[in-house]
Design a protein around this ligand. Structure first.
Ligand SMILES: NC(=O)c1ccc[n+]([C@@H]2O[C@H](COP(=O)([O-])OP(=O)(O)OC[C@H]3O[C@@H](n4cnc5c(N)ncnc54)[C@H](O)[C@@H]3O)[C@@H](O)[C@H]2O)c1
Ligand SMILES: O=P(O)(O)OC[C@H](O)CO
Length: 325
């Protein structure tokens, strides 16, 4: 039996994968009664993943204790809420598969660091890669990184969650997998701005490349491996999220590029655009580590309403010429 903590789009899609075409029992915890009712009664998450039929073997509840009887547990809350939710789990040893992409505000902790503090007895993996929930839930082909410091455990978890069209690649670089997923959300906002301000496809390609350079500088400074950052959870997810309005982060940037205020775009959002929360904490962490992240700084200036789009673009273009590597 597999448990899912979080009934948003991604938790629901992962529940569908974990159900193994309805042959495996899956318990899903959701905050919203409407989500619990629609999954149990209509086998659909009408709030966060409408239009995708779900296996009847997925049962939802607002009772976290009931869901936490399952092992492993996939943790799919937004990153800023993960600590509070995990703090409600009992202390038994279990395996947590962390699926949120972000850095905790205030502490600058990556998700595995937060999970270790909240659940010291748990074994941890990170699941991250280029994965739009609606495509995964429909069974479209997807590859993803499953990072676990213990290679044998990682291989076991990868085999457990793999499906014919859902292909986890095992890795041991947990830090690298997490940094790729967190940083790409910030860069996707920047790519959305390029689209919204109609700056062209050359600019978007430049931004993806220079953004990847930023991700790599920051990742290496935090102990990530270069090959992880160049893999599914880094470059792979960066390319996906920087190319499509299916991305909530890209869409947020699109609105900023069209001149809308961040506060208006973020107000009353039901779905999460993680990059808006990660950007300021990433900037703080980069400054602390002495890592230059001009695109991240630019995204922060836009989110904070301190600069207009054209000012930000002019400032980026006016940076001194430098060697590419
Ligand atoms: N949607 C995707 O395609 C996708 C893919 C890969 C990873 N992710 C990551 O998964 C995580 C969850 O995203 P999602 O897309 O499932 O969410 P979502 O935007 O579909 O839904 C929002 C979720 O936030 C939850 N939430 C809101 N306030 C909360 C609180 N105080 N405590 C706990 N939960 C709260 C809601 O219950 C809901 O589950 C994010 O970190 C996201 O980056 C999403
Ligand atoms: O919609 P986004 O921008 O949160 O992106 C979803 C996933 O992270 C893509 O891999």
């Amino acid at each position: 039996m597999i448990g899912i903590i979080g009934g948003g789009a991604w938790g629901t899609a992962l529940a569908q994968v974990a159900s193994a075409e309805g042959t495996r029992e899956v318990r899903l915890w959701a905050r919203e009664e409407e989500v619990v009712a629609s999954i149990n009664d209509a086998h659909e998450n009408t709030l966060f993943l409408p239009g995708v039929p779900l296996a009847p073997s997925i049962r939802a509840s607002g009772d976290l204790g009931w869901v936490a009887e399952a092992d492993p547990l996939l943790v799919v809350t937004p990153s800023q809420h993960m600590r509070a939710v995990l703090a409600q789990l009992d202390a038994r040893p279990r395996h947590l598969i962390l699926c949120a992409k972000g850095i905790e505000a205030g502490t600058m902790r990556l998700m595995h660091e937060v999970a270790h503090e909240a659940c010291p007895t748990a074994a941890l993996s990170v699941l991250s890669g280029p994965t739009f929930a609606h495509e995964v839930a429909k069974g479209l082909p997807t590859a993803i990184t499953l990072a676990c410091e213990d290679a044998d455990t990682g291989a076991r978890i990868a085999a457990l969650i793999a499906r014919p069209a859902f292909r986890p690649y095992a890795a041991t670089d947990v830090v690298g997998a997490e940094i790729g997923g967190a940083v790409k959300n910030v860069l996707a906002i920047a790519c959305g701005v390029v689209e919204g301000r109609a700056l062209g496809q050359n600019a978007r390609a430049a931004l993806i490349s220079r953004g990847f350079a930023e991700m790599t500088r920051f990742g290496l400074a935090r102990g990530a491996r270069a090959e992880t950052l160049a893999g599914l959870s880094g470059l792979g997810d960066l390319v996906l999220t920087c190319s499509s309005t299916s991305s909530r982060n890209f869409s947020l940037g699109l609105g900023l590029g069209q001149g809308k205020a961040a506060a208006d775009l973020l107000a009353d959002r039901r779905t999460v655009a993680e990059g808006a929360f990660t950007a300021p904490v990433l900037r703080a962490a980069a400054r602390e580590a002495g890592v230059d992240m001009p695109i991240t700084e630019a995204v922060c200036a836009l989110l904070e309403g301190r600069m207009a789009v054209d000012e930000v673009v002019d400032a980026l273009l006016a940076r001194p010429l430098r060697a590419e590597h």
